[in-house]
Design a protein around this ligand. Structure first.
Ligand code: ZN
Length: 269
């Protein structure tokens, strides 16, 4: 599993680097299996290679969304995580599209710095990054099909705002009251739990979830509510809500914008 994650991370960095014309990342792992990415010499053409060669054109650099071909190992990996972690109904919904999300360069740099800082402190190189789901409001139909790749600019479209700028605690707090573990950014490893927070306001027939990288660092596991938290308890970097007394499904809460970034947008029905 770690090999796949390492490979995905490398792939994502390759894609980010290609799209942003920025090759300053150096966190590559050893060789990959079958997901080597090869950028064509032709301007604006990105080639993904999986089981069979799959290619698509991307004429815009710095795009927020890049579709992941269904045959690519990254699609299969996201799909497996989505389906395995769907607990609310016997059968998970069917995935329609998966997109790689690249939010603002500034946020990615901030996330990387935070991850490295936490990693040094806890002696775990990647800062104990985990992938968790987040559901929110979508006021448009971004991602519904391959031609809808531009996030909208509506202020009430939380999904697009997150995809462009990543998470913003100050903004989140204005939208709703804080949750059971205080004023943090809430995610879950349970895809169906995150789905509870999805609000489709744009008339789409699909639902959208974000899969995120979350720097869990040294997490404090809690079974009881602690809604007064404004930051992680001393000595910890995040709170993991463990199902039990007050909670039916897990939650992971971080208390700084730098600790999370969206990496995939998943459309399903
Ligand atoms: Zn939108």
């Amino acid at each position: 599993m770690q090999d796949i994650l390492d490979d995905l991370e490398r792939l994502c960095e390759d894609v980010d680097g290609y799209l942003e014309d920025d090759s300053d990342e150096g966190n590559s792992s050893e060789d990959s299996c079958d997901s080597e990415e090869d950028s064509s010499e032709e301007e604006g053409v990105l080639v993904w290679e999986a089981d069979s060669s799959v290619s698509f054109k991307d004429s815009e650099k710095g795009r927020t969304l890049v579709e992941v071909p269904r045959s690519h190992i990254a699609f299969e990996d996201v799909q497996a995580q989505f389906e395995c972690q769907w607990q609310h109904t016997p059968m998970p919904p069917t995935i329609h599209k998966v997109y790689r999300v690249t939010c603002s360069k500034q946020h990615i740099a901030r996330f990387d710095r935070y991850r490295a800082e936490v990693g040094r402190r806890i002696g775990y190189a990647d800062g104990n990054v985990i992938r968790c789901w987040h559901g929110t409001a979508r006021a448009c139909r971004v991602g519904d099909d391959s031609s809808r790749l531009t996030p909208c600019s509506r202020s009430d479209c939380s999904l697009c705002n997150v995809m462009k700028w990543s998470y913003d605690l100050s903004w989140s707090g204005k939208r709703r009251s804080w949750g059971r573990f205080g004023s943090g950014i809430y995610t879950s490893s349970t895809s169906s739990k995150a789905y509870d927070y999805v609000q489709e306001r744009g008339g789409s027939r699909y639902s959208a979830l974000l899969l995120n990288e979350v720097v869990a660092g040294n997490p404090l596991c809690l079974t009881d509510n602690c809604s007064s938290l404004k930051r992680p308890p001393s000595g910890y970097d995040s709170v993991q809500g463990v199902p039990g007394t007050d909670l039916n499904y897990d939650e992971c809460v971080v208390y700084t914008d730098a600790a999370i970034r969206p990496v995939y947008l998943v459309l399903f029905r």
